[in-house]
Design a protein around this ligand. Structure first.
Ligand SMILES: [Ca+2]
Ligand SMILES: [Ca+2]
Length: 385
């Protein structure tokens, strides 16, 4: 009897959770609004993207987007549920309270970045489409800028400027064709409302981008795909801006620039400067993203597949593989059904989860039998007295 009690105590000690970086064991509960909010937002974003004509979108439940969308073996919806539950948690020790507070600070940082991105987008849209009032759309302004050169023989006699004017006119026509193509009418019509629509999904995006360095890599890859083109365009635009600034004060320009022309140049220079700053900010954006549960970038970040949230020696990825199976076997229904089990098992809330390799081979059934033996032994020892 005595030896059996000892064995049970040892077993329980062996599988009890050791908090990693003070993050507490958590479970998915109805009382935490964070996870349902993230789920609803993710659904909303997928609906918005589908409406915008992006086909072949993964289900939110089975999406696994790390490392340029090759995934890390844990459905992102499960990693977000673990994060959301930890954000809701109440610490039992000073370490846990501090870890949760730090996690919430990181979430606030990432929310701030997503909102700043939308603020910038809000300002960029009228630069492209016009403000329906004093600012015409960008194609009209490009054509007017070309006119400043083409209407002055002295400027057209300079080959570089004549070429620049022709390029501006070309750009104006390309943009105008795009903006006025009936096939694009629906998507262009959606653009002014886009920042507000995206404000409705900021928790999901802020949660997702900070899950791990691997997830950050997906965002960086996405930006990198276009960054070459974007930096090229920015360099051209900056050169055109400088040329127009020089024209404003060059005494050889005849007739001198009119007040309207100067206002057009000043307005475009301000917009170009904003565009250049925004692109620069965007290209460095992922470096500013906080990775949850780490003070920087680290191996085994606690919400990543290689990470071990509860520090029991079993990685989150191994927990997911045991509970949810391999990626190919995931379905939206089984991921959704098994997600609470993943959160409890990965966080250490349920050390006795089915498949836990730190449990002895007898597993849960064996522990039940042992408990029975202990009870039986107790009854017998009482009887003996
Ligand atoms: Ca994932
Ligand atoms: Ca673990």
């Amino acid at each position: 009897m005595k030896r059996t009690s000892c064995l049970v105590a040892v077993l329980i000690l062996a599988v009890s959770s050791v908090a990693f970086a003070g993050l507490p064991p958590v479970r998915l509960t109805d009382t935490c609004a964070t996870v349902p909010t993230i789920d609803t937002e993710a659904d909303g974003l997928l609906t918005l993207l589908a409406f915008a004509g992006l086909g072949d979108l993964p289900s939110y439940w089975t999406a696994d987007l790390e490392a340029a969308m090759t995934g890390d073996g844990i459905p992102d919806s499960c990693e977000l549920a673990l994060l959301g539950s930890a954000l809701c948690a109440v610490g039992r020790t000073p370490d846990e309270v501090a870890a949760i507070a730090a996690l919430r600070g990181q979430f606030a940082t990432n929310l701030g970045l997503v909102n700043a991105l939308l603020d910038k987008l809000t300002l960029l849209i009228p630069i492209a489409l016009g403000d329906g009032d004093t600012k015409p759309s960008v194609d009209v302004r490009l054509a007017a800028a070309a006119d400043i050169i083409t209407s002055r023989p002295v400027l057209m006699s300079i080959p570089d400027l004549a070429t620049a004017a022709a390029e501006l006119d070309d750009m104006a026509v390309t943009v105008s064709d795009f903006l006025n193509d009936p096939d694009n009418a629906m998507i262009i019509g959606m653009v002014p409302g886009l920042p507000d629509s995206l404000r409705g999904v900021v928790d999901f995006v802020a949660g997702l981008v900070g899950l791990s360095t691997e997830m950050q890599g997906t965002v960086t890859d996405l930006i990198d795909q276009y960054s070459g083109d974007i930096t090229g365009i920015v360099a051209q635009v900056a050169a055109a801006r400088d040329a127009f600034i020089a024209l404003k004060t060059n005494p050889a320009v005849t007739p001198p620039l009119t007040a309207d022309e100067i206002a057009l140049i000043d307005g475009m220079v301000a917009d170009v400067n904003f565009l250049i700053d925004t692109v620069d900010w965007l290209l460095n954006l992922t470096d500013a993203v906080a990775i949850y549960g780490t003070a920087g970038k680290a191996a085994g970040e606690p919400f990543s597949a290689a990470g071990d949230y509860d520090g029991d020696g079993v990685t989150n990825g191994a927990v997911a593989a045991a509970i949810l199976g391999e990626t190919a076997s995931w379905t939206p229904a089984n991921v959704q059904a098994n997600r609470p089990a993943f959160v409890a098992a990965a966080s250490g809330d349920n050390p006795f989860w089915n498949g836990n390799p730190t449990l002895p081979a007898v597993g849960v059934v064996g522990l039940g039998l042992l408990a029975g033996i202990v009870a039986l032994g107790g009854a017998m020892s009482i009887r003996k007295k």
